[in-house]
Write a protein that binds this ligand. Structure first.
Ligand code: ZN
Length: 353
């Protein structure tokens, strides 16, 4: 009720102050509202499937780390809610703008303005060196090349996208540029997932300003985990992506995960993408309208189609768990989610301003 009274008051003020400015009044009336009733942050971190070699039940540990961070940081859930709300508003606003990002009058109001054009992300690679799992400059360079392939729809396997999904394949138009490499000798053979590698006080390497750099930490994680990322909204000190040494870049030691796609998947999380199956069986979604619902992760290299939750799985999406050579697409809906972070008021706006 309080809200309605406030709205009426605001409306009367606008009518008084904008009698000669009808457009201004229309802006106020058309402010975007979005439905947030399906929003969730806590997820099941139990997987029943396994990779083909049985070693990587949890290929990616991002959701488990998120559950931990939500418990440790009471403000995080609210921040993620607000980022999600802004994302949804930005996606609605995008549908109301022309290709140059201009709003056709008289629309607008406080809508987030979509960011148009290529986005450049400077990358810092922090390496905790283990002589048994070397990370060379060639590995680093190949990882940057692979990210640039995948975020610009130049993956060599993209021809494998089935006709059913070919209309929604997206070019995110994001370029990654190597800005620096930090190396530190380490005798730790299993860093785990508690972010110790991100603090020099715990033997790791401190992040380089995560408001303008994407930080990678490359180290031995242990537990069969390939990598994990922090979602937008978390603490700046730990913002970035952790990748196991053998899975960074083109690296024969990584086997079927040695082609750099763990980083693509984890950067997807860092850019606010959820797992394609929504981490909750058929009942939870990934907040993307053009990715089919699914009941869980796919592993190996599934042959199309695999059917779950009344639709064919998009197993070739980077946000599934399949082998590196079997993932080769993002969708337009995922692109909209990612690029919403770079709109006015977006959580990663600092990268474009
Ligand atoms: Zn993941």
């Amino acid at each position: 009720m309080k809200k309605i009274i406030f709205s009426l008051l605001a409306l009367s003020l606008i009518v008084v102050s904008c009698q000669n400015d009808q457009i201004e009044e229309i802006h106020e009336h058309q402010e975007i509202t979005v439905d947030m009733s399906d929003f969730y942050v806590y997820t099941d971190d139990v997987c029943t499937s396994k990779s083909s070699d049985g070693k990587h039940t949890h290929k990616c540990y991002s959701m488990t780390v998120l559950n931990r961070q939500l418990k440790e940081n009471p403000g995080l859930e609210n921040r993620m809610y607000n980022i999600e709300k802004h994302t949804r508003k930005a996606i609605v606003a995008k549908s109301k703008t022309d290709i140059n990002g201009k709003k056709p009058a008289p629309d607008g109001g406080d809508d987030p303005v979509p960011y148009v054009g290529s986005i450049t992300i400077p990358v810092i690679v922090n390496i905790l060196e283990d002589p048994n799992h070397p990370v060379t400059q060639a590995h680093i360079n190949s990882q940057i090349d692979i990210l640039n392939e995948d975020f610009n729809n130049n993956n060599p396997h993209t021809g494998g996208v089935p006709a059913e999904f070919s209309d929604v394949v997206a070019n995110l138009d994001i370029t990654f540029v190597l800005a620096g490499v930090n190396r530190k000798a380490s005798t730790t053979s299993s860093w785990g997932t508690n972010d110790a590698m991100k603090y020099s006080s715990q033997g790791g390497i401190d992040a380089t300003d995560p408001s303008i750099y994407l930080n990678f930490w490359v180290c031995e994680i242990g537990g069969g985990i390939l990598g994990y990322a922090q979602f937008p909204g978390g603490s700046l000190a730990t913002d970035g992506v952790v990748i196991g040494s053998d899975f960074f870049g083109e690296n024969a030691a990584g086997g079927q995960y040695g082609h750099g796609r763990t980083a693509t998947h984890e950067v997807g999380h860092w850019l606010n993408l959820r797992h394609i199956w929504g981490d909750g069986r058929c009942r939870q979604d990934d907040f993307v309208s053009d990715t089919p619902s699914s009941d869980g992760a796919n592993y190996g290299c599934p042959s199309y189609p695999t059917y779950n939750c009344k639709s064919n799985d998009m197993t070739m999406n980077y946000m599934d768990y399949v082998d590196d050579n079997c993932m080769y697409m993002f969708t337009s809906g995922q692109s909209d989610r990612v690029r919403a972070l770079f709109t006015t008021g977006g959580d990663r706006e600092g990268f474009v301003n």
